[in-house]
Design a protein around this ligand. Structure first.
Ligand code: FDA
Length: 298
């Protein structure tokens, strides 16, 4: 962690909330469903798809997991009502995974029953087995509108990719800091794992969401789908709201499907702090952003 990153991470909780809000506003649609609706409609008008994430942190009671589930049902209503080109991304811990697996299962079913595609985000490595198991259980029960996420940082990922033939899989680097026995730390090793997992997924007939802002991996991913003669409807690229939009515009101009991850919710502040503290690199991005916006004003 650089000195600048360390300073930003340490000082962040002391930064006034409105300033954090301004810093994080390009990465978060807003605090209300209406904000997400507006942002998704704008993205759709730009030829981009979306996946909507309801922000929620650290569930300690079943009622909280149920409230998040209801919020997702409201999102699905809005997607239908506005005919948005969007699906949802859920976190199983938000649906109650750490309280009671059966609770998370029932909440996930309630969301999946609406029929819109549901991506199950991947969280830290303590949840990988349970997440993949729940995905398989519901898929075997006939829920055909579920997809999972694999993280290239994890050493197990290429094996997991082999076991997911035919599935709908988002492949990303992975945001969580994991112990070295479980995860690669080296930048090139992570890239290499990403490329290997992508090849395995594509050769296994998966629909892959190639989720990265790393231009090398975007280009490598596009080359991999071209080598296999896939049509644009057979894969998609995915990016986070507000991150490297010029790269996203290029992807759309070149005729690929691009899906933007759109987080919203009243927990935006907690989410921003957590993301910044969990991944010090983002602190650098935020500081860079602040720096750029300060320079722009002069
Ligand atoms: P890398 O971190 O090398 O970034 C490449 C470049 O992109 C950077 O140099 C920088 O310019 C820019 N950049 C990246 N992130 C930025 C940011 N936050 N702000 C500003 N600039 C940034 N992780 C996970 O563990 N589970 C999950 O379910 C998901 N889901 C998910 C969905 C989608 C659609 C995306 C795009 C990402 C995720 N992630 C995730 C996060 C992912 O694991 C990873 O942490 C980030 O995408 C950053 O990795 P990159 O591949 O972009 O490379």
């Amino acid at each position: 962690m650089s000195l600048l990153d360390r300073a930003v991470v340490t000082l962040l909780p002391a930064v006034p909330k409105p300033v954090v809000r301004t810093l994080s506003s390009r990465y978060i649609a807003g605090s209300e469903l209406e904000d997400a609706r507006r942002v998704v409609a704008r993205l759709n008008a730009e030829g981009k798809l979306a996946t909507v994430d309801v922000l929620g942190e650290e569930i300690t009671q079943a009622e909280e997991a149920q409230a998040i589930t209801r919020a997702y049902l409201d999102v699905l209503d809005a997607i239908d009502a506005d005919r948005l080109e969007a699906n949802v991304s859920v976190k199983l811990t938000g649906l109650g995974l750490k309280l009671d697996e059966a609770l998370a299962r029932e909440n996930l079913k309630a969301i999946a029953e609406r029929g819109t595609f549901v991506r199950i985000d991947m969280e830290d490595s303590s949840t990988t087995d349970a997440t993949l198991a729940l995905y398989r259980l519901l898929t075997d029960e006939g829920y055909g509108n579920l997809g999972v996420v694999l993280q290239a940082t994890l050493r197990r990922t290429v094996d997991d990719a082999r076991a997911l033939a035919g599935a709908n899989v988002r492949l990303c680097k992975g945001i969580y800091i994991e112990p070295p026995e479980l995860a690669y730390r080296d930048f090139d090793e992570i890239r290499d794992s990403f490329v290997r997992a992508l090849d395995v997924l594509l050769d296994g007939g998966c629909y892959v969401g190639i989720a990265t802002h790393d231009e090398y991996l975007v280009d490598r991913g596009i080359a991999a789908v071209r080598e296999r003669g896939l049509a644009p409807a057979d894969y998609e690229l995915q990016m986070l709201l507000g991150v490297r939009p010029e790269l996203g515009d290029r992807i759309v101009r070149d005729g690929h499907r691009l899906r933007i991850y759109v987080p919203f919710g009243r927990q935006w502040y907690e989410y921003s702090l957590r993301r910044l503290q969990e991944n010090p690199k983002i602190a650098g991005y935020v500081a860079g952003d602040l720096g750029r916006s300060l320079f722009r004003k002069r």
